[in-house]
Design a protein around this ligand. Structure first.
Ligand code: ZN
Length: 501
């Protein structure tokens, strides 16, 4: 029997994806293992493979298969129809960008990254501004190639989270901001004393062993994945080979633990996607916000909760025998859930973190609406920082220059972090409502029911639904910030504002 157009499409997509996965492994290796003098060789390998990957993704045979599936050979069933629609979207986005544009963008990314590093280390925004300006222009140009020149920021948001618009995010963040800013003020005014800074001299070998035990208990499959060390922790690869990283600090054992749990949440999503559809739209993640919801749910709702610590606290104490002698369980719980206002996003807690993202969204939105110019960013940043966090960063290095994202032109990406927090909370309450007794199981070290539920409800669908559709399908309601506020008030209200409990 001749190969059907759908089977042909799947074969071509899987082939392109395999090349992409080889790129992933090389990039992972660059962050984890690469000897410093081997970087040039690696850059050559990556660029050769990237070219091959781009050619496979833009293979005209994919276009032909898609045309057949949109014409006489309509696919069977809703899942295949959705897969074809997603593949069409990817194909258009890959083929509409001219090769010269892609090459110019890659060159700019590299120059802008180095300019950003210099600018950040000298706290000198003027070094970075011309490159940022060109990145904004190129993002507008890119939106134009895709046919969205009139709504570039919508295009940039949708690029990371299919179906998401600026109007959606503005409404969600506006609501959240209104509720969150006064809540943070109230918490900070209470000034509960955390002993977190006293955690010093924790053996890295013991930290490593402990967090591996935790990640295994959560259900990460070490037969098709591993954990290593990287300066900036990340998760890469796919469900067939999932690479997690964390970083260690003897004087901060909680950061390494939560980084590992966070990345394991991403890894559990990848490992939960249906392997038989690996490399096709039905075996891939929906987008950044849903991905982030998975990491945040395990990191925050689960691993910062009392039931989790009821189970892991004895082992944590035992791993670091003499270090927690004078500590009560409550001291430890408060150290895990310390809230403080920081200028730097990646050092902030899960409550104030959202304000850092709202700040970046406001800047991106105004920038692409033409309301502000690249030169205005430091001033706008400091003004928003004062409004939202009540502080002005000491210098631009810890202010407007703190994050790498904009140097790579990754606009529209930041919102997915805060949306991930909202989605995590919304999924959490849906899970609690359908799985009674869930937290009692956590206290016994059993996380399998939550993992199974996420697999069934979220992971099993791959990209069949877009962000909004999936949330509606799983929780029965539209994405809303109220669930996140309810969760933050329950958890942090009980610690910081016990009278209002
Ligand atoms: Zn993440």
């Amino acid at each position: 029997m001749p190969e059907s157009p759908y089977d042909r499409l799947v074969r071509l997509l899987k082939r392109a994806d395999v090349i992409g996965s080889a790129l992933d492994v090389l990039q992972w290796d660059e962050q984890v293992n690469l000897p410093p003098a081997s970087q040039v060789r690696r850059a050559d390998q990556l660029s050769a493979l990237a070219e091959l990957h781009h050619r496979a993704v833009c293979d005209p045979a994919i276009g032909e298969a898609l045309a057949a599936l949109e014409g006489d050979s309509r696919p069977e069933g809703d899942a295949q129809k959705a897969a074809v629609a997603r593949a069409r979207r990817d194909y258009e986005r890959a083929t509409r960008l001219p090769a010269e544009f892609v090459a110019a963008k890659a060159a700019l990314d590299s120059q802008a990254f180095h300019a950003w590093k210099r600018a950040k280390s000298h706290s000198d925004y003027s070094v970075f501004a011309p490159f940022l300006s060109r990145q904004v222009d190129m993002s507008r140009e890119e939106a134009g190639f895709i046919g969205q020149a009139d709504r570039p920021y919508d295009y940039l948001l949708d690029k990371h989270d299919p179906g998401l618009t600026e109007a959606d995010v503005a409404r969600l963040f506006g609501d959240l901001r209104q509720q969150l800013v006064p809540f943070v003020k109230e918490i900070v005014a209470r000034g509960v004393k955390s002993r977190r800074a006293e955690l010093k001299g924790f053996s890295i070998a013991a930290q490593d062993a402990f967090l591996r035990g935790v990640v295994a208990k959560l259900g990460f499959d070490f037969e098709r994945g591993r954990i290593d060390v990287a300066v900036h922790p990340f998760c890469s690869g796919d469900g067939a080979d999932t690479r997690l990283t964390t970083r260690f600090d003897e004087d901060d054992p909680l950061t390494s633990l939560f980084a590992a749990v966070h990345e394991a949440g991403h890894g559990l999503y990848e490992q939960g996607l249906p392997l038989e559809h690996l490399g096709t739209p039905l075996g891939k993640p929906v987008g950044m916000a849903i991905h982030e919801s998975q990491s945040r749910l395990w990191e925050n709702q689960v691993a910062r909760g009392r039931p989790f610590w009821a189970h892991f606290e004895p082992g944590f104490r035992q791993s670091f025998s003499s270090r927690l002698g004078g500590w009560s369980s409550e001291d430890l719980y408060l150290a895990v859930n310390t809230v403080s206002l920081e200028p730097i996003r990646i050092k902030s807690d899960e409550v104030t973190y959202n304000l850092h993202i709202i700040l970046r969204f406001e800047i991106e939105r105004r920038l692409f609406a033409g309301e502000i110019a690249v030169e205005d960013l430091p001033e706008v940043w400091n003004g928003l920082s004062q409004e939202l966090l009540g502080l002005i960063p000491a210098n631009h290095g810890v202010g407007v220059l703190q994050d790498v994202h904009w140097s790579g032109g990754a606009f529209g990406y930041f919102p997915s972090y805060c949306l991930g927090n909202m989605i995590a909370a919304q999924l959490w309450y849906a899970a609690l409502a359908t799985l009674p007794g869930l937290e009692a199981e956590f206290a016994r070290g059993d996380f399998s029911r939550l993992r199974g539920w996420l697999r069934r409800e979220v992971h099993a669908h791959g990209r069949r639904y877009d962000t909004h559709e999936l949330i509606r399908k799983v929780t029965g309601a539209d994405l809303a910030p109220d669930h996140l506020m309810r969760y933050l008030k329950e958890r942090y209200g009980s610690i910081y504002l016990p009278a209002t409990r």
